[in-house]
Design a protein around this ligand. Structure first.
Ligand SMILES: *[C@@H]1O[C@H](CO)[C@@H](O)[C@H](O)[C@H]1NC(C)=O
Ligand SMILES: *[C@@H]1O[C@H](CO)[C@@H](O)[C@H](O)[C@H]1NC(C)=O
Ligand SMILES: *[C@@H]1O[C@H](CO)[C@@H](O)[C@H](O)[C@H]1NC(C)=O
Length: 471
């Protein structure tokens, strides 16, 4: 008890100090490696999603996998953190006493931190135990919301995913949550369609001109070359007991370890997070938002087009239900994909669109601080995007113009889309907006030689946009 009070006193005595081991609120939005519970604190939600005067008829749902182990290409650097940690401990043992510094509690947590031997090449990129359980929980949450659609009848479902090990694990975890039994026994209706759920992996022209192009990272690089970033590097180095600035790549590894730790166990303190202040973590989040905005979002004219097969898949599914006179199966079409698919789809739907583009220079503006484009919210671990078809009574008291309505949900929360009212969309409006995208869907450019308009041509437009917005 006295120990806790001492820590508290230490933490409050130094305003700039970070102390993960004290009960201060932390910043928990870590971009594409955010735990689902940090963006959706309602999980598991056990209330059915009722809309007055309507009945849910069909659901289309795209899910990202849960928390994972580090990828094979991340392992070597992250494993080096053990040796780096020893240096930090040595710094403090040698009497390091500069500001800002780590609190005593964090120092001792870091000293006790150890690499988990299971985090090796054999299991690289796999779902963690927590990632598996989170996926199961998510499935159960959907069952509670739509019991009439997510039934025990396997013919009500069609699952679509890629053949890789992680997608298969996600499928197993999700269906174990749905049926509370061994999914292998069920022979569930499924298709392997990796081009559908991993649209960024099968478009060579896009990869060349946008996905792997340095130009795409320009705004991120501008942000990270600011004096403010340099100042942050100095502060982080100081917290780790160094009197000189440590390598930026090591700082990125530390951030990576911090957010993995927080995703693997949301209740555990990660001593690596104590290298950062809240404001530092917000900068790292923005840096990734700049990357995803230009790679998968509105910063590229071409990228949202990659999601048109997903929109077509959704529209074909709904047409089958709307156009038929008798009930159709399946009623639940469930896809498993990765972060790019969710981000691309968000952009293609017109969701999370800000009035001004994100740039390396506008981090401190009010619109950017309140930005809608957010990798943390749009693509956390277990992130998901659902569209639900409702059949409604158009002559009732609720003002529905059409018998069919579509509700869009991101992470189980209603999604704000430009062609909808308060999250609910009239089917004819959906047909106009998304039907056109589906009908015009053509990815021929993916294998063409001509370069596609990436951020290069657009950046002039963005500058003009931004200038207009400033003055
Ligand atoms: C990874 O760890 C597991 C168990 O700890 C072990 O069985 C496996 O051989 C290891 N793989 C590699 C590539 O070291
Ligand atoms: C892109 O960036 C990488 C790493 O900074 C560099 O090695 C490479 O030469 C750059 N490519 C181009 C075309 O500028
Ligand atoms: C670095 O730390 C100092 C004081 O410890 C603080 O005033 C400053 O805002 C910090 N800089 C950044 C970029 O966070």
């Amino acid at each position: 008890m006295r120990w806790c009070l001492l820590l508290l006193a230490l933490a409050s005595a130094r305003g700039q100090d970070t102390c993960q081991s004290s009960p201060e609120p932390q910043y928990l939005l870590f971009g594409t490696k955010t735990a689902y519970n940090y963006v959706n604190r309602n999980l598991p939600n056990l209330n059915p999603q009722n809309i007055p005067g309507c009945q849910a008829k069909a659901i289309w749902l795209l899910n990202r996998h849960g928390a994972t182990n580090p990828e094979a290409d991340e392992l070597p650097q992250l494993q080096h953190l053990t040796a780096f940690r020893d240096n930090v401990v040595k710094n403090y043992n040698n009497g390091y006493d500069k500001e800002p510094r780590m609190c005593l509690g964090d120092q001792s947590l870091l000293a006790r931190w150890g690499w988990i031997p299971r985090q090796n090449l054999t299991f690289a990129g796999d779902l963690t135990t927590n990632g598996y359980m989170g996926t199961q929980e998510l499935a159960q949450s959907w069952v509670s919301r739509y019991p009439s659609l997510l039934t025990d009848n396997k013919h009500d479902y069609l699952f679509k995913f890629a053949k890789d090990k992680r997608s298969l694990e996600s499928f197993h975890a999700f269906t174990a949550g749905l049926f509370r039994s061994r999914p292998e026994d069920l022979e569930l209706p499924q298709v392997n369609d990796e081009t559908l759920v991993m649209p960024d992996k099968f478009c060579p022209t896009w990869s060349r001109d946008i996905g792997d192009s340095n130009e795409t990272l320009r705004q991120r690089d501008i942000f990270e070359s600011k004096h403010e970033w340099e100042d942050m590097v100095a502060n982080i180095s100081s917290r780790l007991g160094f009197t000189y600035n440590i390598d930026r790549s090591i700082i990125k590894d530390i951030y990576q370890m911090c957010r993995y730790n927080k995703a693997w166990d949301i209740t555990q303190i990660s001593p690596w997070c104590s290298a950062f202040s809240r404001e530092d973590l917000r900068r790292f989040e923005y840096s990734e938002d700049l990357e995803t905005f230009y790679k998968y979002g509105y910063g590229s004219e071409t990228s949202p087009k990659l999601a048109c097969p997903l929109i077509k898949d959704m529209m074909d599914f709904f047409h089958k239900h709307v156009d038929a006179n008798v009930p159709q199966q399946p009623v639940s079409q469930i896809l498993f994909g990765e972060a790019p698919a969710l981000l691309l789809l968000t952009g293609a739907l017109g969701g999370r669109r800000d009035d001004a583009p994100l740039t390396g220079d506008n981090f401190h503006t009010v619109p950017t601080q309140n930005r809608k484009w957010s990798s943390s919210v749009a693509s956390p671990f277990n992130g998901n995007l659902a569209a639900v078809l409702y059949k409604c009574n158009p002559n009732g008291n609720f003002g529905y113009k059409d018998r069919h309505q579509i509700l869009f949900l991101q992470n189980e929360q209603t999604m704000d889309l430009p062609f909808c009212k308060v999250g609910l969309c009239e089917w004819p409006d959906v047909k106009v907006r998304l039907g056109e995208i589906a009908d015009k869907c053509n990815l021929d450019f993916c294998n063409g030689a001509a370069s596609i308009s990436g951020v290069v041509g657009l950046s002039l437009g963005l500058v003009a946009f931004f200038v207009r917005y400033l003055f």
